[in-house]
Design a protein around this ligand. Structure first.
Ligand code: NAD
Ligand code: TYD
Length: 350
């Protein structure tokens, strides 16, 4: 079946990789990227595909239901790939309302618009909600999150994502909206905004700034290369069952401090610096409030039912990521200086 897809948040980190994959792999699909272009949205992430004939950008807010109704009427979407969100835990601690607004109200507005547009014929339609493993809460030293793990969100970010997941399932059970969900572990790779741990540390190593480690650096995250995440979304979108949830993860757990040391080692090696040069920048700072200790995903269901496995080992993925940041200094400069905002003005306002 040919799809006309409303992809939300396509100018962000994961959304831009997902947009690129669908635009290039499925030339007979039409992809409409709806993005509000918050601080995290950057159209420079999509430069290579912005003129593709099956791609269109629309600036707008998922919270605006009348606008969404018009968009659905105009494009006759057959599917939604919902990536738009406020995504940074630290920002959610300072401004929880922004997270409830976009992640909860925005997702509900999108569900409502899809439900209204598809009410006479839900056949073949897909509302795919992209979510996070953080909804499951925090693990101790052992155990993994499965699709059956009870929700226990502990930050305003994860609580807002958990709430959006519940609403997606509620629309399925109440209105038979054909939904699919996936909950993924921490992503890394090109086009990652340098407020998150890995791009922040790469940027700070390159600019000789302190590498801030929260608490003792013993918190554990399960890291997955972003292209593996969007490959999994592609598989679930096309072969996953309606109404089901799939966990996505890399079985790749790292303590923050070990991860940052690995980044230091690889950057020093690539730049021909003396061993240990960048590690001197490591600085322990006050811990994040309510800092979740450990996340780890069990992705057995996705592997057994749909045959997906990660393609990259972490050392290789992180090496590719560092190489990308070294080769894309202009992107990093634009993002850190705020110049990327001018790109939209130039591109879309003549
Ligand atoms: P991001 O912050 O890089 O991008 C979010 C995008 O959404 C931006 O382009 C932003 O402009 C847009 N946006 C925000 N509010 C909007 C609104 N009201 N209307 C329209 N557009 C809006 O986020 P990301 O890291 O790419 O995450 C994408 C999705 O994947 C999120 O739903 C997130 O919860 C989920 N996720 C992220 C990770 C991760 O490690 N980054 C892991 C698992 C799941
Ligand atoms: P982050 O990239 O913000 O992702 P998340 O909080 O969604 O997992 O953070 C990853 C880990 O790194 C998390 O345990 C918090 C920690 N961290 C630091 O130690 N220093 C930092 O400057 C940042 C941004 C994160």
């Amino acid at each position: 079946m040919k799809h006309t897809i409303l992809l939300t948040g396509g100018a962000g980190f994961i959304g831009s990789h997902l947009t690129r994959l669908f635009v290039t792999k499925y030339p007979d699909y039409r992809i409409v990227n709806l993005d509000k272009l918050t601080y995290a949205g950057n159209l420079e992430n999509l430069r290579d595909i912005e003129h593709a004939p099956n791609y269109q950008f629309v600036k707008g807010d998922i919270v605006d239901l009348p606008f969404l109704r018009t968009l659905f009427a105009e494009h006759q979407f057959t599917a939604v790939l919902h990536c738009a969100a406020e995504s940074h835990v630290d920002r959610s601690i300072t401004d929880p309302l922004a997270f409830v607004t976009t992640n909860v109200i925005g997702t509900t507005a999108l569900l409502q618009a899809a439900k209204e547009a598809w009410k006479d014929d839900m056949n073949g339609k897909i509302f795919y909600h992209i979510s996070t493993d953080e909804v499951y809460g925090s693990l101790g030293e052992t155990g993994f999150f499965t699709e059956e793990t009870a929700y226990d969100p502990r930050s305003p970010y994860s609580a807002s994502k958990a709430s959006s997941d519940h609403l997606v399932r509620a629309f399925h059970h109440t209105y038979k909206l054909p939904v699919k969900l996936s909950n993924c572990s921490n992503n890394y790779g090109p086009y990652h905004f340098p407020e998150k741990l890995i791009p922040l540390c790469i940027n700070n190593i390159l600019t000789n700034k302190p590498l801030p480690i929260y608490g003792k650096g013993e918190n554990v995250r399960d890291w997955l290369y972003v292209e593996d995440h969007v490959r999994a979304i592609d598989v679930i979108f096309h072969t996953g069952k309606i109404g089901e949830t799939y966990n996505i993860g890399g079985h790749n757990e790292w303590k923050n401090i070990d991860l940052v040391k690995e980044l230091c080692r690889q950057v020093d090696q690539k730049l021909g610096r003396d061993k240990g040069t960048s590690e001197k920048l490591i600085t322990y700072v006050t811990d994040r409030a309510g800092h979740d200790m450990r996340y780890a995903i069990d992705a057995t269901k996705l592997k057994n039912e749909l045959g997906w496995t990660p393609s990259l080992q972490f050392e290789e993925g992180i090496s590719k990521t560092i190489d990308w940041y070294l080769a894309n200094g202009e992107w990093l400069n634009h993002v850190t200086s705020g110049d990327y905002r001018e790109y939209y003005e130039k591109m879309y306002r003549g």
